[in-house]
Design a protein around this ligand. Structure first.
Ligand SMILES: NC(=O)c1ccc[n+]([C@@H]2O[C@H](COP(=O)([O-])OP(=O)(O)OC[C@H]3O[C@@H](n4cnc5c(N)ncnc54)[C@H](O)[C@@H]3O)[C@@H](O)[C@H]2O)c1
Length: 335
């Protein structure tokens, strides 16, 4: 079986989930990694067995790559993805697609024009809980969704922002709790509702962070063309990372789910549930609130690169949630 030659660009916090999945995969071989911080690139190269680079352009020049994993600060995502696409290389990019809508849309077009694959990480869609809820909605078992709501209360104290040279900035992160943390729960609802957004009414504020200016709290109502009303609330001033919670009120039942578990109660008394299973992988003690399904999504991306399956979370698919996130910022009025 052909092994894809892959590289990771950005050897920071999330990269361990990518490195771990690459090493575990039969479909790929890690050949290189890159970080502008040489110590990070060298440490990852030594640990995972790859060549280290501090300039991704040089890496593309010297390596014969099939795919790259982009684990960079948000504002660099589409610039580096397009650099890969221009060279005929597939790219799997961490969320969010970018901090801008037009750039993300252009990257989707570039990938299409160059005939390469553009995958975007939304690993929570691969949680057993989310998969059960999606299938219960799609099969019609739950009837139409009437309302949805999501809550996220996590902790990102000033110390978290102090450690980073890009998080908590409008020009590099593109926002705060919405674009970085709540994006997964908003994506899950947007994916499960699966309809076009009609309107967004929301507010956001920085209510408790001294050293950054981006929003740390947001709430709003998203109305879909099919009539679904989705209320969201998120804040990262809480004292710990509580499990996220999403609820759906449907014609034929009610759903409550998070990253680990899903519980469905149908109006006729029937019940269904799903839980995180042993396949869930959190490399090197990485935090469970991220959801552990990077490995599943990365494997699906590889299968698509090898022509065995259709790519599930393509740039075009991810653009739907990206458009919603950008609209939340537009209506939120802080940017
Ligand atoms: N899917 C998830 O659940 C999840 C969780 C955490 C982070 N993320 C995403 O992963 C991405 C990275 O986040 P992180 O927390 O790992 O950030 P990080 O700051 O820890 O890592 C980013 C790395 O990129 C490097 N870098 C910056 N500019 C570069 C350049 N031009 N060339 C090469 N390297 C460069 C930095 O030196 C740093 O090591 C973000 O998009 C973030 O939203 C996703």
């Amino acid at each position: 079986m052909k092994k894809l030659k892959v590289a990771v660009i950005g050897c920071g916090r999330i990269s361990v989930m990518h490195f771990g999945a690459i090493i575990a995969s039969e479909a790929a071989e890690l050949v290189a990694c890159c970080d502008i911080k040489a110590d990070r690139a060298n440490a990852a190269a030594e640990k995972y067995g790859a060549r280290a680079y501090t300039d991704y352009r040089e890496m593309f020049e010297r390596e014969d790559l099939d795919a790259v994993h982009i684990c960079l600060p948000h504002y660099l995502h589409t610039a580096v993805a397009e650099y890969a696409f221009e060279r005929g290389v597939n790219a799997l990019c961490e969320k969010p697609m970018d901090i801008d809508y037009e750039k993300a849309e252009r990257a989707v077009r570039t990938a299409e024009e160059k005939g390469v694959l553009y995958g975007v990480i939304f690993q929570c869609r691969y949680n057993n809980s989310a998969k059960l809820v999606k299938s219960a909605v799609e099969s019609g078992r739950l009837g139409k969704i009437i309302s949805a709501r999501s809550t996220l209360t996590w902790s990102r104290p000033d110390e978290y922002y102090k450690e980073s040279d890009w998080k908590g900035t409008w020009d590099k992160e593109g926002g705060g709790v919405v674009i970085d943390q709540a994006i997964h729960s908003i994506d899950l609802v947007n994916w499960i509702v699966g309809d076009e957004v009609a309107s967004v009414s929301c507010s956001m504020a920085n209510r408790g962070h001294g050293i950054v200016k981006v929003e740390d709290s947001a709430e709003g109502l998203i109305t879909y063309k099919n009539g679904v009303r989705y209320g969201f609330y998120c804040m990262n001033n809480y004292g710990c990372d509580e499990p996220i919670e999403i609820r759906l009120l449907c014609e034929k039942g009610k759903v409550v789910f998070g990253y680990d578990d899903a519980y469905i109660e149908y109006n006729d008394g029937m019940k269904e549930e799903a839980h995180q299973d042993g396949e869930a992988v959190g490399y090197e003690g990485q935090k469970d609130y991220w959801g552990f399904q990077h490995a599943r999504q990365i494997e699906q991306f590889y299968k698509a690169c090898l022509g065995e399956e259709e790519l599930e979370i393509s740039g075009k698919e991810a653009l739907k949630t990206h458009a919603l996130i950008m609209e939340i910022y537009k209506q939120g009025g802080m940017k």
